[in-house]
Design a protein. Structure first.
Lengths: 240, 334
């Protein structure tokens, strides 16, 4: 499929590469973002990569729409080179119980045991496809087929902050309390967004990879306390 | 210092928002109506992007703990009570010099939203380049939350200390809202699009800084092909700068994005987020060229408004005095 250029109001253009969750498509998106960023066009405020598209927010009084459109289509053709080296993360998660109220239901629906579900989520090497929806909110994928579930029929009005949730092939962590319709399997003490880290307020970036490590309540609470006291920091979550 | 005595409904500090962080899931935020923000600031001698208090429906009651010049952009019935208990109206589109101990009661807003600016701006920390409040993630403003009773906010130095006035105040909004077909336009048949463009909607009470629900005819979905990603991918893009944090109007079918733009025929800018509940609303489809022309017009109009601001405070604003019904008695006695 050839990339399509689409209007998103008069202040943004979207370059769409396809309609699937696919690491190859996502890599093309990232390559196009890098190519466009390198042009340093005046009047662009945001470059927003998603699963399969790149949106550019711009000031139409400063930057001509056609000029930007041409640059985007050219960027779309840029070779899929490797972006900045990705980080591999290992994120501790306490599963089930009050931390993951949907774990039992997910096990029941998929006909597996709770520990099978936990093992599968922890075994998967997940790609960070994009950050969005809420500050620092990562869209991760992909889960094994048997764990693909539709969203809950009734969304929750308040998902607790730091919940790990699944829907379809996707895994996410809610950095903030929010309404949400995904299945909640666990919770992490890790802060995914911190304005104090000016250079990198969002912990994860597209192209990074994430694995989860199951921890018991005791370790979860210790980690929370250590984080609060500043005894451990973001480097603690980089995979060894 | 400004002290909050009463605050019944959400009000939040906003500037022009925090561009450049959308790729981290951080919405633009910022004033629902940047032009009114600019006018409020111009009335107290601030740069257009200075942080101000954005209010909906009902404004707070505030006390000045030191002399400060304030301005109101919007349609209010505000009044100022001095330490001796004497009350005077605080006209809209004017600046007013508050003395120590003066109490400003902003009261009900007749416009959907309104702004309170103070000379020198509110002294709040910048978070990711902006002082705008984004409560959902606790960013900006006072500790990332809306205003509440007991808050005390320092004001900065500088700005005007005389009363200024915008002689020809912006009018309430009328006319249809311009809209450009969105990236998922091809999910809908032409008939469904025409149905949307032809329909009349009513602004519901379900409105916040994230979105606005419109009541009206049920959207004809007429989906041509289903998107394999579902909603998550499409949902990432804020509908427009005018309705900052997130998605467009709830009842608007996904993919019909409103242009990031000033609204049509009236002399003042408009956006769905600034319209009061119960307002009727229609859409008109425009091209990118038409949207750009409208944007240029709006920028020119704003420059004209700001250039027209001149001396003359509430004392000279007889309209406001009549409107506040304070001097009718004098006239009747004649």
């Amino acid at each position: 499929m050839n990339p399509r250029l689409l209007d998103l109001g008069d202040g943004a253009l979207t370059l769409e590469f396809g309609d699937r969750i696919d690491p190859a498509l996502n890599a093309r998106v990232m390559a196009a973002r890098d190519a466009l960023a390198a042009l340093k066009l005046e009047g662009i405020s945001d470059l927003v990569p998603t699963y399969r598209s790149l949106t550019v927010h711009f000031d139409p009084l400063q930057l001509d729409r056609e000029t930007l459109g041409k640059a985007l289509l050219q960027a779309a053709a840029s070779p899929d080179q490797k972006s900045a080296p990705a980080t591999r993360w290992l994120i501790p998660v306490a599963f089930g119980g009050e931390f993951g109220p949907d774990l039992a239901q997910v096990a029941q629906t998929t006909g597996r045991s709770e520990s099978d579900v936990i093992d599968a989520v922890c075994a998967a090497e997940l790609r960070v496809f994009l950050i969005g929806f809420l500050p620092g909110f990562p869209y991760l994928g992909e889960l094994p087929d048997w764990l693909h579930l539709p969203r809950r029929s009734t969304p929750r009005t308040a998902v607790p902050a730091n919940s790990l949730a699944i829907a379809g092939p996707q895994v996410a962590i809610y950095p903030w309390q929010s309404p949400g319709g995904w299945h909640l399997l666990g919770r992490t003490p890790v802060k995914l967004f911190d304005v104090a880290d000016i250079g990198r307020p969002a912990l994860l970036a597209p192209g990074d990879s994430v694995r989860f490590r199951a921890v018991e309540r005791g370790e979860f609470e210790t980690l929370e306390r250590d984080l609060e006291a500043g005894r451990i920091g973001r480097q603690s979550w980089v995979a060894p | 210092m400004i002290e909050v005595l009463e605050c019944a409904l959400p009000a939040s500090f906003q500037d022009l928002g925090r561009p450049g962080y959308r790729h981290l899931g951080v919405p633009l935020s910022g004033a629902l109506d940047p032009e009114w923000l600019a006018i409020a600031n111009a009335l107290v001698g601030n740069p257009a992007q200075t942080v101000a208090l954005e209010m909906r429906l009902l404004g707070p009651k505030l006390r000045a703990t030191a002399p400060v010049t304030i301005a109101l952009a919007g349609e209010f019935s505000a009044k100022i009570e001095d330490a001796a208990g004497l009350s005077r109206p605080a006209a809209d589109w004017c600046s007013h010099v508050l003395a120590t101990g003066d109490i400003l009661s902003i009261g009900a807003l007749r416009s959907g939203i309104g702004y309170l600016a103070v000379a020198g701006g509110f002294d709040l920390p910048q978070v990711l380049g902006s002082r705008s409040t984004y409560a959902r993630a606790g960013l900006g403003g006072i500790d990332g939350r809306p205003l509440r009773i007991g808050d005390r906010v320092a004001t900065g130095a500088g700005g005007a200390d005389v009363s200024l006035r915008l002689p020809d105040a912006p009018h309430p909004i009328s006319g249809p809202l311009r809209v450009m077909p969105g990236p998922q336009r091809d999910y809908f048949t032409d008939a469904a699009w025409q149905h949307f463009i032809g329909a009349e909607f009513v602004v519901s009470r379900e409105a916040d800084r994230m979105g606005l629900r419109l009541d009206g005819p049920a959207p004809r979905t007429c989906v041509r092909r289903r998107h394999r990603l579902g909603r998550s991918d499409a949902r990432r893009h804020p509908g427009s700068r005018r309705r900052p944090p997130h998605s467009p109007a709830g009842r608007l079918p996904d993919g019909r994005r409103l242009p990031e733009n000033r609204h049509g025929d009236s002399r003042r800018p408009a956006a769905p987020g600034t319209r009061a509940a119960g307002t009727k609303l229609r859409f008109v489809a425009v091209s990118a060229e038409e949207a750009l022309a409208a944007r240029r017009d709006a920028a020119r109009r704003l420059a004209e408004w700001i250039a027209a601001i001149g001396p003359g405070g509430a004392e000279l604003d007889l309209d406001a005095l009549y409107g506040a019904n304070l001097i009718d008695g004098v006239i009747d006695a004649d």
